[in-house]
Design a protein around this ligand. Structure first.
Ligand SMILES: Cc1cc2nc3c(=O)[nH]c(=O)nc-3n(C[C@H](O)[C@H](O)[C@H](O)COP(=O)(O)OP(=O)(O)OC[C@H]3O[C@@H](n4cnc5c(N)ncnc54)[C@H](O)[C@@H]3O)c2cc1C
Length: 366
């Protein structure tokens, strides 16, 4: 795709900023990317995320529009990854959902919600109910520890840190891109369209945009990374839990991300003892091999979230596009947001946004 303008300034080099920068540079646009932190993305929610791509599983807490965006992303990610400078772990081995006997009522409620989602979004692969032997066949190392479960075929995941690194390497290799680290900016720093200024400003600051986008809030999440050579899980495993959905997401080299708490607070302080105990106990209850795992990292970040928990793309003024509110689904819905933003930049309107039911406001009252 080519774009009908020559240059863009992108603010924020987290998930959305890097994706927008690579896509615009591939389209022949001169891109200047400004990031408050370093190339390591230490201030980005994207660095901490588990990066599961699980639209049906997420429908337990997400509306149909987000599920549709997530379904779109599953087939779009391989196309986005293919031209990048380095390979990125991506798989679609499905999601396994398990529960302990005491959470059976909550599991039954979840099953009803997922079945209803299946009728609303029939293009999703149908959920399968599993008996103990089916679980053991899918994940032999779990044996017959669980009597029942659900399998959501075709759901995916990717390696978030490998993706950030690969997007970075792609940007570094592009003659169209200049990278500015330790360089915090706001859209008002630019006069897009004026002589010597970029044609467009694209604001991808996540929670950093809060001073100008007052409705944004942080939703705290704590995750633990462990190295567990004794554990072999092929796919993300979710454990039904009365307070928040817990998961174990396998990454390459026997690394596992165990997460994530969900707390209505923009508190970025270190993980609490309670959360750490809950997450580690849940992992140990799923697979006793986690007993000898080594804790590599305990991290906290806040998800950039709007009041309706939905993403939004807005144009507060001409030639300024803001993409935000990716909440807990950023990786899952990023391809949908990227393609919608590109349609808006090229055509001034987006058929995709209409199909997803996504807000693309032009006022600054969101
Ligand atoms: C614990 C946790 C688990 C998650 N798990 C998943 C998951 O399994 N699946 C999934 O799909 N999503 C998940 N997410 C959500 C996902 O990480 C976010 O939705 C996504 O990262 C948001 O992308 P973003 O680009 O808008 O913001 P970010 O990734 O946060 O990037 C924003 C960037 O802007 C920079 N910035 C801020 N202010 C300025 C400024 N003034 N100037 C320049 N730069 C600035 C920041 O430093 C940062 O690098 C999870 C999130 C968390 C916290």
């Amino acid at each position: 795709m080519s774009v009908p303008f020559q240059s863009a300034a992108i603010i924020g080099a987290g998930l959305m900023g890097r994706l927008m920068a690579v896509t615009l540079a591939q389209a022949g646009c001169k891109v200047a990317l400004y990031e408050a932190g370093s190339p390591e993305a230490e201030g980005a929610a994207a660095r901490v995320a588990a990066a599961m791509l699980a639209p049906l599983a997420e429908s337990a807490v997400a509306p149909v529009s987000v599920v549709r965006m997530g379904h779109y992303g599953l087939s779009r990610w391989p196309e986005l990854l293919a031209p990048l400078a380095k390979p990125v772990f991506f798989q679609r081995e499905g999601t396994l959902v398990l529960w302990h006997r005491q959470d059976a009522a909550e599991a039954a409620r979840l099953e009803r919600v997922l079945a209803h989602t299946g009728t609303q979004v029939p293009e999703l692969a149908p959920m399968q109910t599993l008996a103990g032997a089916d679980i053991a066949a899918l994940e032999p190392s779990l044996g017959q520890r669980f009597a029942k479960g659900l399998f959501l075929p075709g759901e995916g995941q990717l390696d978030n840190r490998a993706l950030l690194a690969s997007l970075l390497a792609t940007l570094q290799a592009s003659a169209n891109v200049t990278l500015h680290w330790q360089s915090p900016h706001v859209p008002e720093d630019f006069s897009p369209g004026a002589p010597g200024q970029p044609d467009w400003v694209i604001d991808c600051r996540g929670l950093g945009a809060r001073p100008q986008w007052r409705a944004l809030r942080g939703v705290r999440g704590e995750v633990i990374r462990v190295h567990a050579p004794e554990v072999a899980l092929q796919r993300p495993t979710r454990l039904v839990h009365p307070r928040y959905p817990l998961y174990i997401a396998p990454k390459p080299d026997h690394l596992f991300v165990i997460g994530a708490t969900e707390i209505e607070s923009d508190d970025m302080s270190p993980a609490s003892v309670r959360s750490t105990l809950e997450l580690l106990s849940a992992a140990y209850a799923v697979h006793s091999g986690f007993a000898e795992a080594r804790i590599v990292e305990i991290a906290t970040q806040c998800r950039p979230t709007l009041p309706d928990n939905l993403p939004a793309i807005r144009q507060p003024q001409a030639r300024v596009l803001q993409i935000n509110g990716l909440y807990r689904h950023g990786f899952m819905i990023a391809p949908a947001l990227l393609d919608t933003a590109m349609e808006l930049l090229v055509h001034g309107r987006s058929a995709l946004a209409q199909g997803f039911g996504m807000a693309t406001t032009t006022s600054d009252d969101a």
